[in-house]
Design a protein around this ligand. Structure first.
Ligand SMILES: Nc1ncnc2c1ncn2[C@@H]1O[C@H](COP(=O)(O)OP(=O)(O)OP(=O)(O)O)[C@@H](O)[C@H]1O
Length: 482
Protein backbone atom coordinates (compact mmCIF):
# COMPACT_ATOMS: atom_id res chain seq x y z
CA UNK A 1 0.00 0.00 0.00
CA UNK A 2 1.19 3.50 -0.67
CA UNK A 3 2.64 5.75 1.95
CA UNK A 4 0.40 8.18 3.79
CA UNK A 5 -3.25 8.12 4.79
CA UNK A 6 -6.09 7.32 2.44
CA UNK A 7 -6.30 10.86 1.06
CA UNK A 8 -2.63 11.79 1.14
CA UNK A 9 -1.03 9.25 -1.13
CA UNK A 10 2.56 10.21 -1.86
CA UNK A 11 4.10 9.38 -5.20
CA UNK A 12 6.92 6.88 -4.97
CA UNK A 13 10.16 7.46 -6.79
CA UNK A 14 11.41 3.89 -6.80
CA UNK A 15 10.73 1.88 -9.94
CA UNK A 16 7.20 0.54 -10.22
CA UNK A 17 8.78 -2.65 -11.56
CA UNK A 18 10.09 -3.42 -8.06
CA UNK A 19 6.53 -3.81 -6.83
CA UNK A 20 4.37 -4.65 -9.85
CA UNK A 21 4.49 -6.82 -12.97
CA UNK A 22 3.05 -4.72 -15.76
CA UNK A 23 1.50 -6.23 -18.88
CA UNK A 24 2.76 -3.53 -21.23
CA UNK A 25 1.30 -5.14 -24.33
CA UNK A 26 -2.22 -5.51 -22.97
CA UNK A 27 -4.87 -2.81 -22.92
CA UNK A 28 -7.94 -2.51 -20.75
CA UNK A 29 -9.12 0.59 -22.53
CA UNK A 30 -7.64 3.61 -24.23
CA UNK A 31 -8.20 7.27 -23.53
CA UNK A 32 -6.56 10.43 -24.70
CA UNK A 33 -3.67 9.85 -22.32
CA UNK A 34 -2.99 6.46 -23.90
CA UNK A 35 -3.75 2.86 -22.98
CA UNK A 36 -4.67 1.73 -19.48
CA UNK A 37 -2.86 -1.56 -18.83
CA UNK A 38 -3.25 -4.44 -16.40
CA UNK A 39 -0.62 -4.97 -13.74
CA UNK A 40 -0.17 -7.30 -10.77
CA UNK A 41 1.22 -6.54 -7.33
CA UNK A 42 4.13 -8.93 -6.83
CA UNK A 43 3.54 -9.42 -3.11
CA UNK A 44 -0.16 -10.25 -3.30
CA UNK A 45 -0.85 -11.29 -6.89
CA UNK A 46 -3.79 -8.83 -6.95
CA UNK A 47 -4.54 -7.29 -10.35
CA UNK A 48 -4.75 -3.52 -10.83
CA UNK A 49 -5.11 -1.12 -13.74
CA UNK A 50 -2.17 1.11 -14.60
CA UNK A 51 -2.73 4.56 -16.07
CA UNK A 52 0.46 6.24 -17.36
CA UNK A 53 0.31 10.01 -17.56
CA UNK A 54 3.09 12.16 -18.98
CA UNK A 55 4.16 14.12 -15.93
CA UNK A 56 2.97 17.70 -16.20
CA UNK A 57 0.86 20.03 -14.05
CA UNK A 58 -2.37 18.70 -15.52
CA UNK A 59 -1.47 15.11 -14.68
CA UNK A 60 -0.36 16.14 -11.21
CA UNK A 61 -3.71 17.79 -10.69
CA UNK A 62 -5.54 14.67 -11.92
CA UNK A 63 -3.64 12.52 -9.42
CA UNK A 64 -4.10 15.05 -6.65
CA UNK A 65 -7.86 15.37 -7.07
CA UNK A 66 -8.45 11.66 -7.65
CA UNK A 67 -6.51 10.84 -4.48
CA UNK A 68 -8.46 13.54 -2.66
CA UNK A 69 -11.69 11.72 -3.57
CA UNK A 70 -10.26 8.29 -2.67
CA UNK A 71 -12.11 6.16 -0.16
CA UNK A 72 -15.67 6.31 -1.50
CA UNK A 73 -17.24 2.95 -2.48
CA UNK A 74 -18.38 4.41 -5.82
CA UNK A 75 -15.09 5.96 -6.85
CA UNK A 76 -12.29 3.91 -8.44
CA UNK A 77 -9.57 3.70 -5.82
CA UNK A 78 -6.03 4.92 -6.43
CA UNK A 79 -3.76 2.38 -4.72
CA UNK A 80 -0.34 3.72 -5.57
CA UNK A 81 1.31 6.49 -7.53
CA UNK A 82 4.82 6.28 -8.95
CA UNK A 83 6.90 9.04 -10.49
CA UNK A 84 9.22 7.23 -12.87
CA UNK A 85 11.06 7.92 -16.07
CA UNK A 86 10.03 5.51 -18.79
CA UNK A 87 11.30 4.95 -22.27
CA UNK A 88 8.59 3.39 -24.35
CA UNK A 89 9.54 1.48 -27.51
CA UNK A 90 10.11 3.87 -30.38
CA UNK A 91 10.95 6.79 -28.11
CA UNK A 92 14.46 8.21 -28.17
CA UNK A 93 14.71 9.21 -24.51
CA UNK A 94 13.08 8.27 -21.22
CA UNK A 95 10.27 10.64 -20.26
CA UNK A 96 8.81 11.55 -16.89
CA UNK A 97 5.53 9.77 -16.12
CA UNK A 98 3.10 9.62 -13.26
CA UNK A 99 1.91 6.05 -12.95
CA UNK A 100 -1.44 5.57 -11.27
CA UNK A 101 -2.13 2.11 -9.92
CA UNK A 102 -5.91 1.91 -9.89
CA UNK A 103 -8.38 -0.59 -8.55
CA UNK A 104 -9.06 -3.05 -11.38
CA UNK A 105 -12.53 -2.69 -12.86
CA UNK A 106 -12.90 -6.07 -14.56
CA UNK A 107 -16.54 -5.42 -15.47
CA UNK A 108 -15.72 -2.68 -18.00
CA UNK A 109 -17.90 0.27 -18.91
CA UNK A 110 -21.50 0.52 -17.66
CA UNK A 111 -23.09 1.11 -21.06
CA UNK A 112 -21.29 -1.89 -22.54
CA UNK A 113 -22.82 -3.93 -19.75
CA UNK A 114 -26.27 -2.47 -20.36
CA UNK A 115 -26.01 -3.23 -24.07
CA UNK A 116 -25.30 -6.88 -23.26
CA UNK A 117 -28.23 -7.21 -20.89
CA UNK A 118 -31.39 -8.85 -22.14
CA UNK A 119 -33.46 -6.73 -19.80
CA UNK A 120 -33.08 -3.46 -17.92
CA UNK A 121 -35.85 -2.07 -15.77
CA UNK A 122 -36.41 1.48 -14.62
CA UNK A 123 -35.77 0.28 -11.06
CA UNK A 124 -32.34 -1.08 -12.05
CA UNK A 125 -31.55 2.14 -13.93
CA UNK A 126 -32.47 4.07 -10.76
CA UNK A 127 -30.08 1.87 -8.76
CA UNK A 128 -27.22 2.57 -11.16
CA UNK A 129 -28.08 6.25 -11.20
CA UNK A 130 -28.09 6.41 -7.41
CA UNK A 131 -24.57 4.99 -7.26
CA UNK A 132 -23.25 7.46 -9.81
CA UNK A 133 -24.93 10.25 -7.86
CA UNK A 134 -23.36 9.10 -4.58
CA UNK A 135 -19.92 9.30 -6.22
CA UNK A 136 -20.69 12.80 -7.47
CA UNK A 137 -22.03 13.80 -4.06
CA UNK A 138 -18.73 12.73 -2.51
CA UNK A 139 -16.74 14.81 -5.02
CA UNK A 140 -18.99 17.85 -4.62
CA UNK A 141 -18.84 17.59 -0.83
CA UNK A 142 -15.07 18.05 -1.21
CA UNK A 143 -15.69 20.93 -3.59
CA UNK A 144 -14.33 18.91 -6.51
CA UNK A 145 -16.20 19.14 -9.80
CA UNK A 146 -15.53 16.06 -11.96
CA UNK A 147 -16.42 17.75 -15.28
CA UNK A 148 -16.04 14.58 -17.33
CA UNK A 149 -19.06 12.54 -16.26
CA UNK A 150 -19.70 10.36 -19.25
CA UNK A 151 -20.60 6.75 -19.89
CA UNK A 152 -16.97 5.72 -20.56
CA UNK A 153 -15.94 6.86 -17.10
CA UNK A 154 -18.50 4.75 -15.25
CA UNK A 155 -16.98 1.33 -14.68
CA UNK A 156 -18.01 -1.93 -13.00
CA UNK A 157 -15.91 -3.95 -10.57
CA UNK A 158 -16.66 -7.34 -12.18
CA UNK A 159 -19.04 -9.21 -14.43
CA UNK A 160 -21.48 -10.37 -11.77
CA UNK A 161 -25.07 -9.12 -11.40
CA UNK A 162 -24.32 -7.22 -8.20
CA UNK A 163 -21.03 -5.68 -9.37
CA UNK A 164 -20.27 -2.30 -7.83
CA UNK A 165 -20.33 0.72 -10.07
CA UNK A 166 -17.58 3.33 -9.78
CA UNK A 167 -16.63 6.68 -11.22
CA UNK A 168 -13.15 7.04 -12.74
CA UNK A 169 -10.98 9.48 -14.69
CA UNK A 170 -10.37 12.74 -12.85
CA UNK A 171 -8.55 14.16 -15.86
CA UNK A 172 -10.82 17.21 -16.05
CA UNK A 173 -11.64 17.50 -12.38
CA UNK A 174 -11.01 20.78 -10.67
CA UNK A 175 -11.59 22.48 -7.38
CA UNK A 176 -14.77 24.40 -7.94
CA UNK A 177 -13.94 27.90 -6.85
CA UNK A 178 -17.26 29.23 -8.05
CA UNK A 179 -15.50 31.95 -9.94
CA UNK A 180 -17.96 34.03 -11.90
CA UNK A 181 -15.42 36.36 -13.43
CA UNK A 182 -15.51 36.21 -17.19
CA UNK A 183 -14.19 39.58 -18.24
CA UNK A 184 -13.85 38.81 -21.94
CA UNK A 185 -14.74 35.85 -24.02
CA UNK A 186 -14.81 35.04 -27.66
CA UNK A 187 -17.99 33.58 -29.13
CA UNK A 188 -16.27 30.21 -29.56
CA UNK A 189 -16.06 29.60 -25.86
CA UNK A 190 -19.36 30.87 -24.60
CA UNK A 191 -20.81 27.93 -22.71
CA UNK A 192 -24.43 28.20 -21.53
CA UNK A 193 -23.11 28.49 -18.01
CA UNK A 194 -21.13 31.58 -18.91
CA UNK A 195 -24.09 33.35 -20.42
CA UNK A 196 -26.29 32.27 -17.59
CA UNK A 197 -23.77 33.35 -15.00
CA UNK A 198 -24.07 36.88 -16.33
CA UNK A 199 -27.84 36.70 -16.08
CA UNK A 200 -27.49 35.21 -12.61
CA UNK A 201 -25.18 37.99 -11.47
CA UNK A 202 -27.68 40.52 -12.70
CA UNK A 203 -30.46 38.73 -10.78
CA UNK A 204 -28.31 38.61 -7.66
CA UNK A 205 -27.73 42.34 -7.92
CA UNK A 206 -31.44 42.94 -8.16
CA UNK A 207 -32.03 40.63 -5.18
CA UNK A 208 -34.15 38.19 -7.22
CA UNK A 209 -32.03 35.22 -6.08
CA UNK A 210 -30.92 34.90 -2.46
CA UNK A 211 -27.12 35.23 -2.28
CA UNK A 212 -26.87 32.31 0.15
CA UNK A 213 -27.42 29.76 -2.65
CA UNK A 214 -23.95 28.83 -3.92
CA UNK A 215 -23.76 29.04 -7.67
CA UNK A 216 -20.92 27.55 -9.62
CA UNK A 217 -20.43 26.60 -13.22
CA UNK A 218 -18.54 23.42 -12.71
CA UNK A 219 -20.82 21.54 -10.37
CA UNK A 220 -23.84 22.47 -12.46
CA UNK A 221 -21.99 21.05 -15.47
CA UNK A 222 -21.78 17.71 -13.59
CA UNK A 223 -25.51 17.88 -12.90
CA UNK A 224 -26.22 18.41 -16.59
CA UNK A 225 -24.08 15.37 -17.40
CA UNK A 226 -26.00 13.30 -14.87
CA UNK A 227 -29.18 14.30 -16.69
CA UNK A 228 -27.75 13.18 -20.03
CA UNK A 229 -26.51 9.88 -18.59
CA UNK A 230 -29.90 9.18 -17.01
CA UNK A 231 -31.72 10.05 -20.22
CA UNK A 232 -29.53 7.64 -22.22
CA UNK A 233 -29.90 4.92 -19.59
CA UNK A 234 -33.67 5.20 -19.85
CA UNK A 235 -34.04 5.16 -23.64
CA UNK A 236 -30.70 4.30 -25.27
CA UNK A 237 -30.01 7.54 -27.15
CA UNK A 238 -28.93 11.03 -26.08
CA UNK A 239 -31.32 13.94 -25.44
CA UNK A 240 -29.52 16.36 -27.72
CA UNK A 241 -28.89 15.17 -31.21
CA UNK A 242 -28.72 16.67 -34.64
CA UNK A 243 -31.11 15.98 -37.51
CA UNK A 244 -28.03 15.73 -39.70
CA UNK A 245 -25.72 13.38 -37.80
CA UNK A 246 -22.11 14.48 -37.77
CA UNK A 247 -19.04 13.61 -35.78
CA UNK A 248 -18.75 17.27 -34.89
CA UNK A 249 -21.03 19.26 -32.73
CA UNK A 250 -23.30 21.03 -35.19
CA UNK A 251 -24.77 24.49 -34.86
CA UNK A 252 -28.16 22.85 -34.62
CA UNK A 253 -27.09 20.69 -31.69
CA UNK A 254 -25.41 23.65 -30.07
CA UNK A 255 -28.63 25.62 -30.34
CA UNK A 256 -30.59 22.73 -28.83
CA UNK A 257 -28.22 22.48 -25.87
CA UNK A 258 -28.28 26.21 -25.30
CA UNK A 259 -32.03 26.32 -25.40
CA UNK A 260 -32.48 23.02 -23.54
CA UNK A 261 -34.51 21.64 -26.42
CA UNK A 262 -35.18 17.92 -26.03
CA UNK A 263 -38.20 15.68 -25.87
CA UNK A 264 -39.34 12.20 -24.85
CA UNK A 265 -40.26 10.31 -28.06
CA UNK A 266 -43.27 8.07 -27.54
CA UNK A 267 -41.73 4.80 -28.75
CA UNK A 268 -39.17 4.52 -25.99
CA UNK A 269 -40.68 6.80 -23.35
CA UNK A 270 -44.35 5.89 -23.26
CA UNK A 271 -43.85 3.41 -20.43
CA UNK A 272 -41.16 5.35 -18.55
CA UNK A 273 -42.62 6.84 -15.37
CA UNK A 274 -43.38 10.55 -15.04
CA UNK A 275 -41.14 10.53 -11.97
CA UNK A 276 -38.14 9.56 -14.10
CA UNK A 277 -39.00 12.19 -16.72
CA UNK A 278 -39.23 14.85 -14.01
CA UNK A 279 -35.75 13.94 -12.77
CA UNK A 280 -34.36 14.23 -16.30
CA UNK A 281 -36.12 17.57 -16.84
CA UNK A 282 -34.85 19.05 -13.63
CA UNK A 283 -31.27 18.01 -14.40
CA UNK A 284 -31.32 19.26 -17.97
CA UNK A 285 -32.83 22.59 -16.99
CA UNK A 286 -31.21 25.14 -19.23
CA UNK A 287 -30.71 27.57 -16.37
CA UNK A 288 -28.17 25.92 -14.01
CA UNK A 289 -29.49 27.83 -11.02
CA UNK A 290 -32.76 25.92 -11.40
CA UNK A 291 -31.04 22.57 -11.96
CA UNK A 292 -31.17 20.09 -9.11
CA UNK A 293 -27.99 20.07 -7.09
CA UNK A 294 -26.45 16.80 -5.98
CA UNK A 295 -27.96 16.95 -2.51
CA UNK A 296 -31.43 17.28 -4.09
CA UNK A 297 -30.73 14.28 -6.33
CA UNK A 298 -29.67 11.94 -3.54
CA UNK A 299 -32.95 12.70 -1.74
CA UNK A 300 -35.20 11.92 -4.72
CA UNK A 301 -37.94 9.43 -3.88
CA UNK A 302 -37.72 8.06 -7.46
CA UNK A 303 -34.34 6.49 -6.56
CA UNK A 304 -36.13 4.19 -4.13
CA UNK A 305 -39.56 3.74 -5.68
CA UNK A 306 -38.88 3.62 -9.43
CA UNK A 307 -41.27 1.10 -11.06
CA UNK A 308 -40.16 -2.24 -12.44
CA UNK A 309 -41.11 -1.53 -16.05
CA UNK A 310 -38.83 -2.71 -18.83
CA UNK A 311 -36.73 -0.18 -20.77
CA UNK A 312 -35.82 -0.16 -24.46
CA UNK A 313 -32.28 1.05 -23.86
CA UNK A 314 -30.37 -2.29 -23.94
CA UNK A 315 -31.62 -3.02 -27.45
CA UNK A 316 -30.89 0.51 -28.69
CA UNK A 317 -27.38 0.65 -27.17
CA UNK A 318 -26.61 -2.88 -28.43
CA UNK A 319 -25.66 -1.32 -31.77
CA UNK A 320 -21.91 -0.73 -31.27
CA UNK A 321 -21.85 2.25 -33.60
CA UNK A 322 -24.64 3.94 -31.69
CA UNK A 323 -22.71 3.46 -28.43
CA UNK A 324 -19.63 5.03 -30.00
CA UNK A 325 -21.72 7.92 -31.30
CA UNK A 326 -23.24 8.44 -27.85
CA UNK A 327 -19.78 8.57 -26.27
CA UNK A 328 -18.42 10.90 -28.91
CA UNK A 329 -21.39 13.26 -28.76
CA UNK A 330 -21.29 13.42 -24.99
CA UNK A 331 -17.55 14.19 -24.95
CA UNK A 332 -18.12 17.00 -27.40
CA UNK A 333 -20.97 18.43 -25.40
CA UNK A 334 -18.80 18.39 -22.30
CA UNK A 335 -16.17 20.33 -24.22
CA UNK A 336 -18.69 23.06 -24.80
CA UNK A 337 -20.13 22.99 -21.32
CA UNK A 338 -16.93 23.08 -19.31
CA UNK A 339 -16.33 26.60 -18.22
CA UNK A 340 -13.45 28.17 -20.12
CA UNK A 341 -10.60 29.26 -17.92
CA UNK A 342 -9.82 32.93 -17.65
CA UNK A 343 -6.54 32.90 -19.62
CA UNK A 344 -8.36 31.21 -22.48
CA UNK A 345 -11.24 33.61 -22.40
CA UNK A 346 -9.11 36.73 -22.43
CA UNK A 347 -8.56 38.17 -25.83
CA UNK A 348 -4.87 38.17 -26.73
CA UNK A 349 -3.47 41.65 -26.91
CA UNK A 350 -2.71 41.11 -30.59
CA UNK A 351 -6.43 40.81 -31.28
CA UNK A 352 -7.55 43.73 -29.28
CA UNK A 353 -9.55 46.49 -30.91
CA UNK A 354 -8.80 48.77 -27.98
CA UNK A 355 -6.70 51.60 -29.55
CA UNK A 356 -4.56 52.07 -26.42
CA UNK A 357 -3.62 48.42 -26.28
CA UNK A 358 -2.93 48.40 -30.00
CA UNK A 359 -0.69 51.41 -29.65
CA UNK A 360 1.18 49.75 -26.77
CA UNK A 361 1.56 46.61 -28.84
CA UNK A 362 2.88 48.63 -31.75
CA UNK A 363 5.46 50.35 -29.51
CA UNK A 364 6.55 46.99 -28.13
CA UNK A 365 7.04 45.42 -31.52
CA UNK A 366 9.13 48.34 -32.80
CA UNK A 367 11.52 47.87 -29.83
CA UNK A 368 11.82 44.13 -30.11
CA UNK A 369 15.16 42.49 -29.50
CA UNK A 370 15.83 38.76 -29.32
CA UNK A 371 16.26 38.56 -25.54
CA UNK A 372 13.93 41.32 -24.55
CA UNK A 373 11.30 39.94 -22.12
CA UNK A 374 8.63 42.00 -23.86
CA UNK A 375 9.58 40.34 -27.10
CA UNK A 376 9.36 36.94 -25.39
CA UNK A 377 5.95 37.84 -24.06
CA UNK A 378 4.65 38.69 -27.48
CA UNK A 379 6.17 35.50 -28.88
CA UNK A 380 4.15 33.66 -26.24
CA UNK A 381 1.06 35.59 -27.31
CA UNK A 382 1.71 34.41 -30.86
CA UNK A 383 1.94 30.83 -29.59
CA UNK A 384 -1.25 31.19 -27.65
CA UNK A 385 -2.99 32.77 -30.59
CA UNK A 386 -1.96 29.94 -32.88
CA UNK A 387 -3.30 27.44 -30.33
CA UNK A 388 -6.53 29.40 -29.97
CA UNK A 389 -6.98 29.27 -33.73
CA UNK A 390 -6.77 25.49 -33.62
CA UNK A 391 -9.21 25.33 -30.70
CA UNK A 392 -11.67 27.58 -32.49
CA UNK A 393 -11.46 25.42 -35.59
CA UNK A 394 -11.94 22.22 -33.57
CA UNK A 395 -14.99 23.54 -31.78
CA UNK A 396 -16.66 24.98 -34.84
CA UNK A 397 -15.29 23.21 -37.91
CA UNK A 398 -16.81 24.40 -41.19
CA UNK A 399 -19.43 22.24 -42.91
CA UNK A 400 -17.04 21.23 -45.70
CA UNK A 401 -14.26 20.37 -43.24
CA UNK A 402 -11.68 18.09 -44.90
CA UNK A 403 -8.99 18.38 -42.20
CA UNK A 404 -6.55 20.18 -44.52
CA UNK A 405 -7.22 23.53 -42.82
CA UNK A 406 -6.72 21.97 -39.40
CA UNK A 407 -3.44 20.36 -40.51
CA UNK A 408 -2.27 23.70 -41.85
CA UNK A 409 -3.14 25.48 -38.59
CA UNK A 410 -1.22 22.84 -36.63
CA UNK A 411 1.84 23.03 -38.88
CA UNK A 412 1.82 26.80 -38.45
CA UNK A 413 1.46 26.50 -34.68
CA UNK A 414 4.42 24.08 -34.53
CA UNK A 415 6.66 26.64 -36.18
CA UNK A 416 5.55 29.28 -33.64
CA UNK A 417 5.76 27.24 -30.44
CA UNK A 418 8.66 28.37 -28.32
CA UNK A 419 7.09 28.60 -24.85
CA UNK A 420 6.14 24.98 -24.43
CA UNK A 421 7.03 23.06 -27.59
CA UNK A 422 7.46 19.73 -25.80
CA UNK A 423 3.97 19.67 -24.33
CA UNK A 424 2.44 20.75 -27.62
CA UNK A 425 4.21 17.97 -29.48
CA UNK A 426 3.23 15.47 -26.75
CA UNK A 427 -0.42 16.32 -27.24
CA UNK A 428 -0.09 15.93 -30.99
CA UNK A 429 1.80 12.66 -30.89
CA UNK A 430 -0.67 11.19 -28.37
CA UNK A 431 -3.26 11.80 -31.10
CA UNK A 432 -1.01 10.21 -33.74
CA UNK A 433 0.26 13.31 -35.52
CA UNK A 434 2.95 12.13 -37.92
CA UNK A 435 4.61 15.51 -38.41
CA UNK A 436 2.35 16.48 -41.26
CA UNK A 437 -1.13 15.14 -40.50
CA UNK A 438 -2.99 12.84 -38.14
CA UNK A 439 -2.68 9.16 -38.96
CA UNK A 440 -6.15 8.47 -37.59
CA UNK A 441 -9.47 10.31 -37.38
CA UNK A 442 -9.20 12.44 -34.28
CA UNK A 443 -11.71 13.68 -31.74
CA UNK A 444 -11.47 17.44 -32.30
CA UNK A 445 -13.24 18.16 -29.03
CA UNK A 446 -10.49 16.36 -27.17
CA UNK A 447 -7.77 18.20 -29.07
CA UNK A 448 -9.46 21.49 -28.18
CA UNK A 449 -9.56 20.47 -24.52
CA UNK A 450 -5.91 19.50 -24.43
CA UNK A 451 -4.84 22.74 -26.08
CA UNK A 452 -6.98 24.78 -23.70
CA UNK A 453 -5.16 23.10 -20.84
CA UNK A 454 -1.81 23.79 -22.45
CA UNK A 455 -2.73 27.47 -22.63
CA UNK A 456 -3.63 27.36 -18.95
CA UNK A 457 -0.27 25.76 -18.21
CA UNK A 458 1.48 28.49 -20.18
CA UNK A 459 -0.38 31.21 -18.35
CA UNK A 460 -0.72 29.87 -14.87
CA UNK A 461 1.76 27.35 -13.52
CA UNK A 462 0.37 24.97 -10.91
CA UNK A 463 1.32 25.66 -7.28
CA UNK A 464 3.18 22.37 -6.89
CA UNK A 465 4.10 22.95 -3.29
CA UNK A 466 0.43 22.69 -2.38
CA UNK A 467 0.39 19.06 -3.48
CA UNK A 468 1.17 16.04 -1.41
CA UNK A 469 3.03 14.40 -4.27
CA UNK A 470 6.80 14.11 -4.00
CA UNK A 471 8.82 16.04 -6.47
CA UNK A 472 10.81 13.48 -8.39
CA UNK A 473 13.61 15.70 -9.51
CA UNK A 474 15.85 13.71 -7.20
CA UNK A 475 15.96 9.98 -7.14
CA UNK A 476 14.06 9.44 -10.38
CA UNK A 477 14.33 5.88 -11.57
CA UNK A 478 14.54 5.50 -15.31
CA UNK A 479 12.68 2.44 -16.54
CA UNK A 480 13.67 1.39 -20.00
CA UNK A 481 11.01 -0.65 -21.73
CA UNK A 482 12.56 -0.77 -25.13
N1 LIG B 1 -9.47 1.08 -13.19
C1 LIG B 1 -9.72 0.61 -14.40
N2 LIG B 1 -9.96 -0.71 -14.58
C2 LIG B 1 -10.23 -1.20 -15.83
N3 LIG B 1 -10.27 -0.44 -16.94
C3 LIG B 1 -10.03 0.88 -16.83
C4 LIG B 1 -9.73 1.46 -15.55
N4 LIG B 1 -9.54 2.78 -15.74
C5 LIG B 1 -9.71 3.01 -17.04
N5 LIG B 1 -10.00 1.87 -17.71
C6 LIG B 1 -10.28 1.74 -19.15
O1 LIG B 1 -9.45 2.65 -19.86
C7 LIG B 1 -10.23 3.65 -20.55
C8 LIG B 1 -9.50 4.97 -20.51
O2 LIG B 1 -9.32 5.34 -19.17
P1 LIG B 1 -9.46 6.85 -18.70
O3 LIG B 1 -10.82 7.33 -19.08
O4 LIG B 1 -9.10 6.95 -17.27
O5 LIG B 1 -8.35 7.51 -19.59
P2 LIG B 1 -8.24 8.97 -20.19
O6 LIG B 1 -6.99 8.97 -21.02
O7 LIG B 1 -8.31 9.97 -19.10
O8 LIG B 1 -9.54 9.00 -21.09
P3 LIG B 1 -10.40 10.18 -21.71
O9 LIG B 1 -10.07 10.12 -23.16
O10 LIG B 1 -11.80 9.73 -21.41
O11 LIG B 1 -10.04 11.46 -21.04
C9 LIG B 1 -11.58 3.64 -19.83
O12 LIG B 1 -12.62 4.08 -20.68
C10 LIG B 1 -11.72 2.18 -19.44
O13 LIG B 1 -12.22 1.41 -20.52
Amino acid sequence: MAEGGKNSLKSKTQSILNDYDVEWNETLGTGISGPVRPCKRKKTGIRYALKCLPDNPKAQMEVYLHVMCNGHPNIVKVHDVYANDIQFPGEKHPKAYLLMVLEMMEGGELFDRISKRKRLTERQAAKYFKKISMAVQHCHSLNVAHRDLKPENILLTDNTEDAELKLSDFGFAKIDDGNLQTPYFTPYYVAPQVLEAHRHQAKLKKGIIPTSKPYTYDKSCDMWSLGVILYIMLCGYPPFYSETPSRHITMEMRRKILSGEFDFPEDEWSHVSDGAKDVVKSLLHVDPSYRLNIEDVTKLSWLEDAPDNELHSPAVIADKQSLEDINMAHSQQLTILRKPECPLTLKPITDSHNPILRKRKYRQSSKEEPDNPVSKASTCEMNVKSLRNIIAYCILPPKDDDESVLNELIRKAITLQSCSPTHFMEILSAMEWDGDRFKVKIDKGKLAERLSELIQDLNRPMPLESMELNSHENGRVPNSLS
